[in-house]
Design a binder for this molecule. Structure first.
Ligand code: AMP
Ligand code: MN
Ligand code: MN
Length: 354
């Protein structure tokens, strides 16, 4: 945050220290060192969300303004952008992972807490001239050569904005739309705890470029096919409430299979929004959606209202994330996945007396 020195005591204290000056300087130098005809590869995490894609494309547009000629943006796994995130400015930078530069001059990773989130593209960390990591997960393993990791930041786009300021790239409407999508995604449209005065100041600067928040929010959050509406109805209808779980704080969970998706003619990414309906449950602190991605394999979303550090649960089960929003890949059937979660919940209770 450029004006960090004048933050008042009403600001939430960052969860942990962000990058030191030398790291910012090294990141600026790494970008400036790319020759005019150099190749830059931008990578965001598998199964990209609004923060991953928005931060990456916003930074890509800024590099284009800086005159970096050969730019690619990509992500591992199926080359499929969720419908709600299609049409973002800078989307023309996207290439399938198989076409990504094998040995770019610079690689920049977005919103990925660990190498595992880069899938098959992880080899670029070794083949690239320089590897730069931009992220906001407390669990980030600092797998880059230069790491800009700000655990107190509401979204990776906050880190991108700071780097753009230091690079002297002004915001334009294209960059701003991408960063706004990222910021609203990770703050739940400015509802979550990480929504600091600095977040609203950034939002104000983004809106000042003339972007249309109503249109953007409707597209990103409030649009889904009728088949998905029916699918949500079915999957929510089978949700289960376990009041005794998590030391009596309660767990609510549901699952969706590939067969459910097929019956309603839906793609897997439509289920990303489902957790937001499940986590409304008043009687449960912890909420969970178990989404089948292959036979015996499930993408798990976990949320907490504050009594449980769900990142501890996720990390214990091979995943990661934030304190109150985390995920992992589960094995077995849906019941077995939830059994494994239940076993971890008590150990992840946050001691509120501290
Ligand atoms: P999601 O429930 O997919 O929206 O993810 C919530 C948070 O958990 C995000 O910050 C993700 O980065 C993180 N996360 C989700 N799945 C995984 C995974 N398999 N491994 C590591 N982190 C994950
Ligand atoms: Mn993300
Ligand atoms: Mn994020």
């Amino acid at each position: 945050m450029p004006d960090g020195a004048v933050e008042t005591s009403t600001e939430a204290a960052p969860a942990a220290a962000g990058p030191v000056e030398a790291e910012w300087a090294a990141a600026v130098a790494a970008v400036r060192a790319v020759p005019a005809d150099g190749r830059v590869l931008l990578i965001c995490h598998v199964n990209p969300d609004g923060d991953a894609l928005g931060s990456m494309l916003g930074f890509g547009l800024a590099l284009r303004r800086l005159g970096v000629g050969r730019l690619q943006a990509t992500f591992p796994g199926p080359f499929e952008v969720p419908e709600t995130l299609r049409g973002l400015p800078g989307e023309e930078l996207l290439v399938p992972a198989a076409e990504a530069y094998p040995d770019p001059d610079l690689v920049v990773c977005f919103d990925a807490a660990s190498e595992s989130r880069l899938g098959d593209l992880v080899d670029r960390l070794a083949t690239a001239g320089t590897a730069l990591v931009l992220d906001h997960h407390a669990s980030n393993t600092r797998f880059g050569g230069v790491n800009l990791v700000e655990p107190g930041a509401a979204a990776t786009s906050v880190v991108v904005d700071e780097l753009l300021t230091r690079l002297g790239v002004p915001l334009d409407a294209g960059i701003a739309e991408c960063l706004y999508v990222a910021l609203t995604t990770d703050t739940g449209s400015f509802r979550f705890e990480a929504t600091t005065p600095a977040v609203h100041r950034l939002a104000a600067r983004l809106l000042a470029t003339g972007i249309r928040p109503g249109d953007i929010s409707r597209r990103i959050f409030d649009t889904r096919p009728f088949g998905a509406v029916r699918l949500f109805g079915e999957v929510l209808g089978r949700a289960r409430l376990e009041p005794a779980a998590a030391g009596g704080r309660g767990l609510v969970w549901t699952y969706a299979t590939l067969d459910d998706l097929a019956r309603h003619g839906q793609r897997p990414y439509v289920l990303e929004a489902l957790i937001d309906s499940v986590r409304c449950t008043a009687e449960a602190d912890v909420s969970c959606v178990v989404k089948q991605i292959a036979p015996g394999e499930w993408a798990v979303s976990l949320r907490s209202k504050g009594a449980v550090d769900v990142s501890r649960v996720a990390v214990a089960l091979g995943g990661g994330g934030h304190r109150f929003a985390a995920g992992f890949t589960g094995r077995g059937d849906a019941e077995q996945v939830v059994d494994a979660i239940r076993d971890q919940l008590d150990a992840a209770l946050i001691d509120v007396r501290r």
